[in-house]
Design a protein around this ligand. Structure first.
Ligand code: MOS
Length: 744
């Protein structure tokens, strides 16, 4: 039997999804279901002085209008990341519906519950609110509190190697520029939604989340319940991208509403409400300064800047992370600061930190290549380090140069003529640009249960998440190979706190984290099968140790004599059983402490720029990646293409506009916040090196986020090559491009 891992297998849940039988959170229509609609604040800071709910309460079908005055008392939530061991997913410490304080424009301040959605929506518009509003600080340059966070996602906020400013001053070639990226907001197809039901003091919720156990912890904390008295289900999630990594208000507001009316309640955020009360990516302002010697070797690397957080969470967009590990330089200085603003708590968004950070760093690398008159691919090859430049640790796997060369070859980089504006297609300017891709390898504790049956099938369970990436498919392939079964004999169940624990599907960590737990459970199952064999006579496997036998063809066989074996059916029949199961809880080792573990890649972009209108069309895009072993060639490719697509949005379209006077988001809808549509996305290509990492489960790396990194820089660098204009502020709109000066 050839291994299932690596094959481009179809999604095991593909048929359910395309036929509409896969049920998403908002599709649970329970008997007696009521509908809740939130009312959001129209000031960014201050206090609600009065609610006039009389008209809303009189409106047809209304069951309750819940405000801080009559809401059940909840306990404070714990903010995300406040603990290393607890599955904390709280996104904000704001006492939503528990006080009259307002912390951002769009904060939920009341919930209207009615028999139908239309009745609830209508009544919500009748709630009149009076505020005592205070001036709010809402931009990177405002008077909010500026500070250096204690940690940036568990790492130091500042890193110093040598004397970077001194080396920069002395460098023969140098660039030193400021780059900005705007706020981005989440636009998963499925908006945030929860169906909550109480029964016998227990709470069951269908929530759209990347972390059922985190939402369970959040709800149990707020409502003062035991973890076992809360069940959270999310077998299908319609896109997450980080926006569903924490517990957002819809979950506890739906549970609150259900408690008040004594019926199950559905709460679905409108698109504008997702913008209003679910965090997005913070704006960034970054300085990147690079110095190099005449041979094109970096002598100084400086990456510093500011991002924003909110008054009710501390979230640091880790934009300096790539520069910690990507390029060799004897002198490095990296630093991040935060400004605290009266805004919705910001959160993770695909490649948080790495996406904006790589725009700045990789634009600057292109600018340095121009200053050195050196090919930008060659510049990157010359600065590939042989050990981690800031930690000094060896790399677990680093095939960066291989990925760069693979991408250059597939893209046809050799046809590029270096002079800006030197390539044309009729009256259009042609530009070819390159940037690196980079993302860390993260791994979390996870657990799993495996059960095999006499019929030679297996059930594998883990409360992890499927939000489009193909989790059940990839894990079925992994389990199939471990169990010696064809992939179609393995069923994988997920997305339910009744299943074994898994951490958040975030940080591109899920595949390897869960794979390790599945492998652990399979090893435990092998021991359990051998224990059955020992209890009776007649098995060719009797007396053998775990190392002497392997899973093979729906059973166990001797390693030294594969013909000597028994099927699961035979082993179970002798023991009078129909099935056997085993569980495992698996934690990462200390490999991440001893080694520098990352994924790499290269993004190549070809654009056409209209010189009269400043419009940029992406003509072709090639990404090549070093991500360890690829588990499923089809779903992996989709992950890369999805990441690149999102990166094209970041490069050319996506930008949340905030009214600096009021804190209101101006373009909180898909008509005015633009994301790429099919017409914006050309044929994309994704390739990978494929060498396994000897230090990760299955030799794999996560691949959900690396695809977006470097894309915006590759586009900006291609635009520079086409036009000779350097746009350092995203997105590259026609206005920005037309008004940019020619450089150098
Ligand atoms: Mo990802 S931004 O860690 O879901």
């Amino acid at each position: 039997m050839t291994p299932a891992v690596g094959k481009p297998l179809d999604r095991v849940d593909g048929r359910q999804k395309v036929t509409g039988t896969a049920r998403f959170a908002a599709e649970y229509d329970l008997p007696g279901l009521a509908h809740a609609v939130i009312v959001t604040s129209t000031v960014a800071k201050g206090r609600v002085t009065a609610f006039d709910t009389a008209a809303a309460e009189r409106a047809p079908g209304v069951l309750a209008v819940v405000t801080p005055k009559n809401a059940p008392r909840l306990r404070p939530a714990e903010p995300f990341g406040s603990s290393e061991t607890k599955p904390v997913a709280g996104t904000t410490t704001a006492p939503v519906l528990q006080s009259d304080q307002v912390f951002w424009y769009g904060q939920p301040i009341a919930v209207v519950v009615a028999g139908t959605l239309d009745q609830a929506k209508y009544a919500a518009h009748l709630v009149r609110v009076t505020y005592d509003a205070q001036p709010a600080e809402v931009t990177l340059d405002s008077k909010g509190r500026v500070f250096v966070p204690d940690k940036v996602q568990k790492e130091e906020p500042e890193v110093t190697v040598g004397d970077a400013e001194g080396a920069l001053a002395a460098a023969g070639a140098k660039v030193d520029h400021t780059y900005t990226t705007p706020q981005h907001n989440h636009n998963a197809i499925e908006p945030h939604a929860t169906v909550a039901e109480w029964g016998g003091g227990k709470l069951t919720v269908h929530d759209t989340t990347q972390f059922v156990f985190g939402v369970r912890y959040d709800l149990a904390t707020r409502f003062g319940l035991k973890l076992d008295d809360v069940r959270v289900l999310a077998p299908f999630v319609g896109g997450g991208f980080g926006g569903k990594g924490g517990a957002w208000p819809q979950a506890f507001l739906a549970a609150t509403a259900a408690k008040v009316v004594g019926r199950p309640v559905k709460l679905v955020l409108g698109r504008d409400q997702v913008y209003a009360c679910v965090g997005g990516r913070t704006p960034t302002r970054q300085r990147v300064a690079l110095g190099a010697d005449a041979g094109g070797k970096l002598t100084a690397l400086i990456h510093t800047g500011r991002t924003s957080t909110s008054t009710t969470n501390t979230f640091t967009e880790q934009f300096t992370f790539p520069a910690r590990h990507l390029y060799a330089s004897p002198n490095i200085r990296l630093a991040q600061e935060l400004i605290e603003l009266d805004v919705c708590p910001p959160t993770f968004m695909r490649g948080p930190g790495e996406s904006p950070g790589m725009f700045a760093l990789e634009s600057a690398m292109d600018e340095l290549a121009v200053a050195l008159k050196l090919d930008p691919v060659e510049l990157r090859l010359r600065n590939d380090p042989d050990k981690d430049p800031t930690r000094g640790t060896p790399f677990s796997l680093r095939k960066y140069k291989e990925a760069l060369k693979l991408g250059a070859e597939k893209f046809g980089w050799a046809r590029r003529t270096p002079e800006p504006g030197s390539m044309k297609d009729g009256r259009l300017l042609v530009g070819l640009g390159v940037a690196s891709a980079y993302y860390p390898v993260y791994r979390n504790p996870s657990s799993a249960r495996v059960e095999v049956t006499a019929a030679g099938t297996a059930l594998v369970q883990c409360g992890c998440q499927e939000m489009g990436m193909g989790t059940a498919t990839a894990q079925s392939q992994i389990a199939a190979d471990l169990l010696g079964l064809p992939a179609d004999r393995v069923k994988f169940e997920l997305g339910d706190t009744a299943l074994p624990f898994a951490m958040v599907a975030g940080g591109s960590s899920q595949t390897v984290s869960v794979a390790a737990a599945v492998a652990g459970a399979v090893a435990a199952l092998k021991a359990a099968l051998l224990a059955l064999v020992e209890k009776a006579d007649g098995s060719p496997l009797k007396g053998l140790k775990a190392a002497d036998v392997a899973f093979r063809d729906g059973g166990l066989a001797r390693v030294d004599d594969p013909k000597a074996g028994e099927s699961f059916g035979a082993i179970l029949a002798r023991a009078g059983r129909k099935s056997l199961d085993a569980k495992a809880e698996v934690k990462p080792g200390d490999e991440a402490k001893k080694l520098s573990m990352h994924s790499y890649g290269a993004q190549f972009c070809e654009v056409r720029v209209d010189p009269d209108f400043g419009t940029v069309r992406v003509k072709r895009f090639v990404g090549a990646f070093d991500v360890g072993r690829v588990i499923n060639a089809k779903t992996a490719r989709s992950q890369f293409l999805g990441g690149i697509t999102m990166g094209l949005g970041m490069a050319l379209l996506e930008e949340t506009h905030r009214d600096a006077r009021t804190g209101r988001l101006v373009n909180a809808d898909l008509a005015e916040y633009m994301v790429p549509v099919h017409a914006d996305v050309p044929a994309l290509e994704a390739y990978w090196v494929g060498d396994p990492d000897p230090h990760t489960p299955m030799g794999a790396h996560g691949i959900g986020e690396i695809g977006i990194t470097g894309v915006a820089a590759a586009v900006a660098n291609a635009v520079y090559h086409a036009t000779g204009k350097r746009v350092r502020d995203l997105p590259i709109t026609p206005e920005r491009l037309m008004s940019a000066p020619l450089v150098p």
